[in-house]
Each structure stands twice: as structure tokens, then as C-alpha cells.
Design a protein around this ligand. Structure first.
Ligand SMILES: Cc1cc2nc3c(=O)[nH]c(=O)nc-3n(C[C@H](O)[C@H](O)[C@H](O)COP(=O)(O)OP(=O)(O)OC[C@H]3O[C@@H](n4cnc5c(N)ncnc54)[C@H](O)[C@@H]3O)c2cc1C
Ligand code: SF4
Length: 580
């Protein structure tokens, strides 16, 4: 029987007072911590008689090491970093400045280069980075200020003042360690801490698990469009030198997706550690609003690499790393309120991502800075109620975050009826400053687009080449387990499953028949399996391999019945995204 992870009841937990707790040490969380330290240092220098301490400011990061769960393309728009650390270009790990970009439309065997790169995909002046290395560096800056970063600690629950809708967030409970598969304490059991915080800042990245709790508790999304997502499946390759210049950027649309799915690919060249220009970051982002439950985003990437244009680039090369992560696509109208009584939400957790540009790092950093300024005011005033923290909302709305996202506020919704309608809407929106045919385009949650098998062609029709698992030739293309091996994923095996399925009967009786168990397809890490079980009405039962999980959150997002909740496993477990 499957036992799911939840904080143990009836255990005494260490209580720890805190001024500010930041959950998530990615670009948003680290920028927030660093900016807060800067403000406190400046205050202390100017006010020797009323010093503020940084001792009780904590960043919780579920990865064993800072940056280890960070995966991105990545191109960095330096705008917010120049505001945070004006000299950052002299010391940050920046792989190459973008010197050349191109956009292609791919058919099965052919390619058309767009004569003009659309303005939102012009990247001159941006940098190719590894987000993993960049965040490690940012984390070292935070630690140098005296702020404590607890790595290997996940925020597992929010603490509230009471059960009412007016409750205040009073802190964060960290993960219990040393709980076995059945949910019993092992000899090394350590209960999670209750960090009683004046300000809780959620910077958990896309589909944050505490953010989800908060949004549900206060019904924060009621006036927003449903958030929509894509999942990016990425591989890092070493290729023979000279194939692609460091700083060269290629975007593709089209194959292997058809005109009914949303998504596209990136290919970025960086110098790597080899002789010269020999590392390629490539990946395919598949919008998690496709219709066919048999579609497999990891297979989409494999089919993409088989295109002659890509295969030629990778020929004779070696895949060195794999990973996957979701990203919020919904844009401005999908952002919930981002501040309230004792809490703020940043970065991808809030939905600050420009999907037209495939960029969110600079927005995550900027939102972190604005939240830090708000938290600083709260510490000075001794008031972290909505009256003070609510000003974060206004700060975002009067910043360039809104200016940038407003121009693409309807972009993704324009593609709800396929690529051709999407191109028409995009063109219209570009002329009308993001408006298009109306100020706010509506949206449906991605999983609502998934159709039942009975309504789809049995042979897969035009999508057949993306359905079901990739076999892989072991050189250019890989099956999921081979790819997964290159993600360096490790978890404590003896712990309850952190993929909480609220009703496994739905998996065994309904989903298997209606949708053919799409979790087996959309999970890029082979976590979900339907195993033979004669006692079940359809002869199959859901089984989980939670240790494989790369924390992409796709299952939480794409499951058509919305019965899966991803919760953090024991802190320290997860992928190892060195160089990603
Ligand atoms: C495939 C892909 C390609 C992309 N390419 C680009 C690009 O080229 N340029 C660009 O600007 N943007 C790109 N983005 C988007 C960009 O990566 C994100 O917008 C950015 O990383 C968001 O930063 P964040 O700090 O909000 O979240 P994240 O980077 O996701 O960081 C969140 C951190 O919080 C930790 N965490 C989560 N939950 C908990 C918890 N409960 N307790 C403790 N720790 C927790 C995670 O381990 C992680 O370290 C891409 C995204 C993807 C998926
Ligand atoms: S189990 Fe869910 S979060 Fe984990 S890798 Fe699979 S889809 Fe992603």
C-alpha cells in the first residue's frame, strides 16, 4: 500500500523565532536575501543607535547544496542584476555574451529561418549562463553577509495564526527527517522546526508547494486567470569544437510539435570546460495544455534531436546532463495577489515570467529586491501585517516588472486555439501594446485541454511521433531512464512517497480507462507506473518510484483529475543540476 508523506502528528517540534524566512534559494530568494542584507547594512551604518540584526533571517533551500535544484536555459537579461550589484559582470559566472541569434520554423525534415528575429527574441546584450552556477555564486554572496542559508531543509507547511480567512501567516514548518516508508520514526528521526517568523517570503519557483497551500487557503486565485505552464526538458551536450559559437542563440518553433500544441526549443552555445566552444544547452518546452494524454515531453525532445538540423549539430557529441522543470506561462492575468498578512510571493511562484522571451530570471531577481525593500520597511516599523507587506503589490505594479509583462499579458492565451490563431493574435498584440482583440483574454487551466482516449484517433494521428515512451538509440536519443541517470537524482529511499495521490482508486479505475494513465507519459523521470494487478477492475494498479523524481512539478500541474499534490521529500533529496 502506498503511504504518502505528511508532517508527523503529536511530535514536539523545536520552536525558532525568526524575523524573515525566505522559502527557496533560487534567483528570487537569493536576490531577496542579498537586497535585505544591503538595506540592513546601510541602515546600521547610518543609525548606530538602532541596529537591525541579520541573525534571524533565514533562507530555506531543499537542495543539498545551493543551486543544485536550479535548472534553466539559460540566458540572463542583466537588467535587475545591474540594479542589485552594479559591478556583477566583473565577478559573476557568465559563460558568454550573446552575439548571434536566429529563429527557425522546423518541419519534419526542413527548416525556414525567419527573415527578422521578433523583437522579444532579440538577445544581444544578454548572457548565456548556467543557472546552477549563477545561483551558487549568488548564494555565496548572501552567506558572506551573515544571513544563514539552511540547505537540505524544505518548507513543508505554512503556520497560520488561526483557521479563518483573515488568518496571518506566522511561520514555516520544515521537513521531518528520518521517517520510514510506512510513516514511522526511524532511529535518526529529527522533527522539523517551527520557524515562527514575522515575515514569510515564498520563492519556491513554479507551482510552489507552500504557495499552493496559501493560494488554496485564501482562495487567492479567484480573480486571476488559471495559471498555465510548460515543461522544459533539457540536455547538456559536449560537441566537437566549432559547431556553435559561445554566445550563439537559436530558437525553433514547429516540429516535432504540430500546430495544435504550444511550445518550442532553445539551443545555446557556451564555452564549457573543454578546449573551446564545445558545450550546447538544448531543450524543448512543451506547453502543458496539449490534448493527447499519450504525449510525452521527454519524447518530444528526443524527436527534436532527430531533426537533421539538430542531429548535425550534435553528431559525434556526448550528452552529459539531463533535467526537466516546469515554468509558469500564464502571464500578468494569472498572477494572484502577491502579499498579505505576514507573507509575500516572488518569482516563478507568483508567475513573474515572460513566456514570449522565455525569461524569468531577471523578473525573479527584481521581485526579490522589491520584496526585500518591503520586508525591510516591516522590520523598521515592527509591522508585518497586510498594511505594510501589501505595499509589495504596489511596488510590483509601478516597477518595470509590470511594464514588461503588461506588453505580453495576452500572449499565451492567444494560442489556446492552436498556432495559427496564436500567430494572428501575437501580431495584433504587438501592434496594440499587448491588448489584441480585448484587454484581458480568458484562459483555461492546461489539464482541461486533455481529451479522453475515446475522443482521439487510436493511431495518434498527426501526433503519433510524440506519443508513448522514446526508445532511444543510445547516441543521439535516449529512453527516459538513461536520460534520468544523467540528472544525478538521489533521494533517501526509505521515506513515504512525496507524490501525494489523494485517491488512488481514480488511477486504478477511471484514469487508466479514460486517459490511459497520462502520468506515465508526462512525468520525465519514470516515477509513475501502472503495474499488473489482477485484483483491480482493469488489471492494473498505480505504483510509484518517488526516488526518481526531478522535482519538475509536472504531475501536480497536468494530472487531468487534479488529485496529485507534490510535496517536498526529505530535504537534500532531488536532482543534481551541476552546470544546468
Ligand atoms: C527549461 C527552462 C528554461 C528557461 N530558460 C530561461 C532563460 O533562458 N532565461 C530566463 O531568464 N529564464 C528562463 N527560465 C525561467 C527561469 O529559470 C525562472 O523564471 C527562474 O529560475 C525563477 O526563479 P525563482 O527563484 O522564482 O525559482 P527557481 O529558480 O525555481 O528556484 C526556486 C528554489 O526554491 C527551492 N524550493 C522550492 N520549494 C521549496 C521548499 N518548499 N522548501 C525549500 N526550498 C524550496 C528550489 O529547490 C529552488 O532552488 C527557464 C525555465 C525553464 C524551466
Ligand atoms: S513525479 Fe512529478 S514532479 Fe517528480 S519528476 Fe515526475 S512529473 Fe516531475
Amino acid at each position: 500500500m502506498l503511504i504518502f508523506r505528511k508532517p508527523l502528528e503529536g511530535v514536539e517540534r523545536p520552536q525558532m523565532p525568526a524575523d524573515v524566512v525566505i522559502v527557496g534559494g533560487g534567483p528570487a530568494g537569493m536576490a531577496c536575501a542579498l537586497r535585505l542584507a544591503q538595506l540592513i547594512d546601510a541602515h546600521n551604518a547610518a543609525h548606530p543607535d538602532s541596529q537591525l540584526s541579520k541573525e534571524n533571517i533565514y533562507v530555506l533551500e531543499k537542495a543539498r547544496e545551493v543551486g543544485q535544484h536550479c535548472l534553466s536555459g539559460a540566458l540572463l537579461d542583466p537588467r535587475s542584476m545591474r540594479e542589485l550589484l552594479p559591478e556583477f559582470e566583473k565577478e559573476a559566472p557568465l559563460d558568454a555574451e550573446v552575439t548571434k541569434e536566429a529563429v527557425y520554423f522546423l518541419t519534419e525534415k526542413g527548416k525556414f529561418k525567419l527573415p527578422i528575429t521578433p523583437p522579444f527574441l532579440r538577445d544581444h546584450g544578454n548572457y548565456v549562463i548556467s543557472l546552477n552556477r549563477f545561483v551558487k555564486w549568488l548564494g555565496s554572496k548572501v552567506e558572506a553577509t551573515g544571513i544563514t542559508v539552511f540547505t537540505g531543509f524544505a518548507g513543508s507547511e505554512l503556520l497560520f495564526s488561526d483557521d479563518s480567512k483573515e488568518a496571518r501567516v506566522t511561520g514555516v514548518r520544515t521537513d521531518d527527517k528520518g521517517v520510514d516508508k510506512e510513516g514511522h520514526q526511524k532511529s535518526n528521526f529529527e522533527p522539523g522546526y517551527d520557524l515562527q517568523a514575522k515575515v514569510v517570503i515564498l520563492a519556491e519557483g513554479p507551482r510552489g508547494s507552500l504557495t499552493k497551500q496559501l493560494i488554496q487557503k485564501f482562495d487567492l486565485a479567484k480573480n486571476a486567470n488559471p495559471q498555465t505552464y510548460g515543461v522544459g526538458v533539457k540536455e547538456l551536450w559536449e560537441v566537437p569544437a566549432g559547431r556553435i559559437a559561445a554566445g550563439e542563440v537559436i530558437y525553433t518553433m514547429g516540429w516535432p510539435l504540430t500546430s495544435y500544441e504550444y511550445g518550442g526549443a532553445w539551443i545555446y552555445g557556451s564555452p564549457g570546460s573543454g578546449p573551446k566552444d564545445n558545450v550546447v544547452s538544448l531543450g524543448y518546452v512543451t506547453g502543458l495544455d496539449y490534448a493527447d494524454p499519450r504525449l510525452d515531453p521527454q519524447r518530444v525532445l528526443q524527436e527534436f534531436k532527430r531533426h537533421p538540423f539538430v542531429a548535425k549539430l550534435l553528431e559525434g557529441g556526448k550528452m552529459i546532463r539531463y533535467g526537466a522543470k516546469s515554468m509558469p506561462y500564464g502571464g500578468w492575468w494569472a498572477i494572484p495577489p502577491v502579499a498579505g498578512n505576514g507573507w509575500m510571493i516572488l518569482g516563478d511562484s507568483a508567475g513573474f515570467l515572460n513566456s514570449a522571451r522565455l525569461k524569468g530570471i531577471h523578473l525573479a531577481i527584481k521581485s526579490g529586491m522589491l520584496a526585500a525593500e518591503t520586508a525591510f520597511d516591516a522590520l523598521i516599523k515592527g509591522d508585518s501585517s497586510a498594511a505594510t507587506l501589501g505595499t509589495f503589490q504596489a511596488k510590483v505594479e509601478s516597477s518595470w516588472i509590470k511594464e514588461e509583462l503588461w506588453k505580453v499579458r495576452n500572449l499565451h492565451q492567444g494560442f489556446e486555439h492552436g498556432m495559427y490563431a496564436g500567430m494572428f493574435h501575437t501580431a495584433l498584440q504587438m501592434i496594440t501594446g499587448g491588448r489584441g482583440v480585448r484587454n484581458r483574454y480568458p484562459a483555461k487551466a492546461g489539464y482541461e485541454h486533455m481529451r479522453k482516449l475515446a475522443d482521439l484517433p487510436a493511431d495518434g494521428g498527426a501526433e503519433a511521433h510524440m506519443l508513448g515512451p522514446a526508445k532511444g538509440d543510445g547516441k543521439l536519443t535516449f529512453d527516459k531512464l538513461t536520460d534520468l541517470y544523467h540528472s544525478g537524482t538521489k533521494h533517501e529511499e526509505d521515506q513515504p512517497a512525496h507524490l501525494v495521490i489523494h485517491d488512488t482508486n481514480v488511477c486504478n479505475t477511471k484514469c487508466v480507462k479514460e486517459f490511459g494513465s497520462p502520468c506515465q507519459n508526462f512525468c520525465p523521470a519514470n516515477v509513475y507506473e501502472m503495474v499488473e494487478d489482477a485484483s483491480q477492475p482493469n488489471g492494473k494498479r498505480i505504483s510509484l518510484n518517488p526516488s526518481n523524481c526531478v522535482h519538475c512539478k509536472t504531475c501536480d500541474i497536468a494530472d487531468p483529475y487534479q488529485i496529485i499534490t507534490w510535496v517536498p521529500p526529505e530535504g537534500g533529496g532531488g536532482p543534481n543540476y551541476d552546470g544546468m
